[in-house]
Design a protein around this ligand. Sequence first.
Ligand code: EPU
Length: 421
Amino acid sequence: MKEKLRIVGGARLEGEVMVSGGKNAAVAILPATLLADSPSVIENVPDIDDVHVLIKIMRYLGAEVEFADNVLRVDPRQVDKFDPPYELASRMRASYYLVPVLLGNFMRAEVPLPGGCDLGLRPIDQTLKGMRALGVDVDIRGGTLSAKAEELMGADIFLEMPSVGATVNSMLAAVSAPGMTCIHNAAKEPHIVDLANFLSSMGASVKGAGTDAIRIRGGRHLHGANYTVVPDQIETGTLMIAAAATGGDVVITGAIPTHMEALSAKLLEMGVHVTSEDDRIRVRSNQNFRAVNVKTQGYPGFPTDLQQPLTALLTVANGTSIVTETIFESRFKFLDELRKMGANTRVIETTAIITGVESLAGARVNATDLRAGAALVIAALMADGVTEISNISHLMRGYERIDEKLRSLGAEIELVRSEEA
Ligand code: EPU
């Protein structure tokens, strides 16, 4: 059974909507629970496909996991395997976060190489570098990440770029490595800080997360913990852009406004009203957008994961915008789909030139990856007529009940299941 989204454009979004827990935080925290010698309870876990796949992998490895109402209970005491199967591990990017965890438990891990969105080349050389620095013998053999160690030892790790994945993997390995590890040029994203906070609540010593040097004194005994996952920065941003796109008036609750500063600044520059108080962000617009230039960067810069949704909005701004994608080379593929809706865009290597048009028109389009799907939803919400977005499994993999949430704000959006979708 395939699914597509059918959206009738033009409805103004209004009201309040609650943001879910962070996908990229949850997929790092869940594997970390397996390092404990007692159960953990994790709240605010988003109910999305990536989490379901991870739960299946954790159960396969021997953990007892219950998941209901966004609360995950995990008892890792019976974990006795170090080799998750290909069919599961290859379905998501974050499955390779299990490598350092299983190494910590068994000094051995065999994990099929990560899947996730096709965003062009997604090398893992910095993960390998980090693990090797800690004493791990790690290699890729027959499509599997194969790792073993006699013992782990704290060390200095110098990342060549602030990779989220390499920072997470280095942190997860370092907590089991006696001595001091310093991860230099670490990623600073909110999900890195959230993982550090969870590891600390398990009894680990982690300092400096959120800066570019994370210091971990490893080898401590780790116990289970109760923890609440940070709100999803990218879902918050997607909802903010959707509100602006429809000339709406929306309050997003349960958010962390400081995580949104790069996006808020861009929206303000475009002429959108953004205000915040405590965990609430209010977005209002009159749909008269100024063109702006955007360059993606690691946190606290403008996130690559919001580039596609914001670019969708820029297709109807007054003037020409220049969008530079510095993180993932293939994140302009979705512009082919936006062009079907009437967008005027041109790509030169890593730069897209977007000349605003009066309006977009509904069309049949295809979601090429998770955030491309989000961008197409935003385009469809502001387009004239009906848009049908196919191949939305990526979108549903990363956004919890996005169709329901938008419908509750007044969007005409429907999930259609059919054989031929
Ligand atoms: N890179 C390397 N070598 C490495 C690792 C990364 O050259 O060993 C390069 C990549 O090619 C890319 C850049 O470094 O150009 C950054 O990649 P990073 O490792 O930070 O990305 P990631 O860990 O694969 C995570 C998120 C992505 C998000 C990026 C950037 C998770 C599970 N995934 O990916 O999320 O786009 O960080 O912020 O946390 C999404 O949610 O849609 C998504 C793709």
